[in-house]
Structure formats: structure tokens, C-alpha cells
Write a protein that binds this ligand. Sequence first.
Ligand SMILES: [Fe+2]
Ligand SMILES: [Fe+2]
Length: 281
Amino acid sequence: MNHVSELAINYLQRYGCHIDEDYKTFLREACKIHPPPHGMAWYGNFYRQRARKAEWFANSLIANAAEEGNGSRKVWHFSRCISEPEYAELVRSHSIDESRHSKMFVALVNILFPTQLETDFWVQLQDLSPDYYHHKHPTTEPPLVSDRSQARSLDNSSSGHLILDTEKVMDEIIKINLLEIRALILQLLLRPVLQAYATPENLAKVTTMSDVFIYDETKHIEYSAYCIGKYTQQGNQEWVREMMIFRQQSVNEMFLTDVELENSVGTTILSTPNTVQGNLE
Ligand SMILES: [Fe+2]
Ligand SMILES: [Fe+2]
């Protein structure tokens, strides 16, 4: 039994999420065959050791703000390529949450390191979030074939628009699911560090923000697991099982490469931009 799959399933249960039994079986098997490094003790120790340095920690919060913003834009683009309305709506909500997370990370920098931010840089940080809301967001229309450069993995076009076929949508959703489990684990690592940097005056506020992050990441695991479970029930058990094992392996490999390059230590998603890091140095 792997710690990461059990932790994810426990959080889903804690928040009362109904989860497909096949999904749980496949997740457990994928994590047993390819144990996720982000759930291992060495990574937690590695992260905590670096996070002791305030400058490193402040930069990692900014890197997270940038990654959540980029993730939000990418997830929105993906939502436009899904023909199934229910799935597209779930993915759009996910994108809006990540847009909010980007702002929350910037707010955390301001709360925990208030004197380090100059006004211009503060404005720059606000722009890391695409600023998506349920009432204000970009088009939901499928991208045109001419947008192919932005839609690398898309190859199915109909009436001049790029629409993903069902297998590609499910592959993306499986990747999202496994990456959201990683995001949950990293939020759990982040929580005590945030609390350690908080003052008695802002401890409650910082803790509430951590609660929101953890809840949202669990809900992202839930909706993607729901889509995976539904596809499984349509007679695709073996395909889903194999794809979850395969994608867990690729998520692990990307993570280890990024950690080796010190690219993603402490970020809730897979890579960090070079553009904003260093501004607090
Ligand atoms: Fe997030
Ligand atoms: Fe997320």
C-alpha cells in the first residue's frame, strides 16, 4: 500500500467525496508500481530544509503564484477542446480555482513578507493570475485549427475547430488527476511552513488560506476521479488501468528531473518559470 494513494483517498473521504471503486483500485496499483517521489520522506526533508531560508521560501511562493496562473490558462485552453459539456464545465471551474490560487500565493507573500515587495513588483505579481471568474472569463468556444501551435497535443479537427477525441480527453484528465494529488501533497508540506512563518496576528488567516488550498486540491482530485470513474464504467477498465500506471510513471519522472535541476522544489505543479524568480534576491 502506498502512502500517496492512501493519503489522497483519505482526503477524498474526509470531504465526503463519492469515489468510484475502480478508480481507487487503479490509483493504488499505479502508486504501488510507480511510488510517487513527492510522497517520500526524503522529499519532505529536502523541502523543509530549503524552506528554512526566508528568501528561498518567499521565492517559492512567487513561483507557485506563477505556476498556478500558467496552469489556469492551460486548463482553460483544454476545456475549450472538450466536446462533452459536463466535463468541459468541470474543467472550466478547475481553471477558475487555479486563477484564484495564483492570487492567494501573492497574498501570502504580502502577508508573510510585507516589507520585501516594492509597488511595481507587487503590480507585476498581480498579473501572474489570468483573473478568471465564473462571471468573467475567456471564450468557451473550441479553438480554431490555426491555433494549433497553442494546442500541441490536439490532432482531431472538425469544422475548422480543434476538438479532442475521447481518449485524449481522458488521458489529459488522468494526468490532471495525478498532478492534483501531487498538488495536495505539496499543500500538506507547505502548511506547517506557512504557519511557522506566520506571526500570532496572521496565523489564523494563513491557516484558513491553507485550508482553502487543501480543500480545492481535493475537489480537483474528486472531479477528475469522477470523470475517470464514468469512463471506466463505459467498458474501458483495462485502458484506464494501463493509462493510470503509465501516467503515474511519467509524472514521477518529470518530478525527479525537475528536483534534480532544482526547478520545482516547493512548487505545487511541475515546473517553475525563470522570469519572476530572483526578484526578491
Ligand atoms: Fe492550485
Ligand atoms: Fe489544483
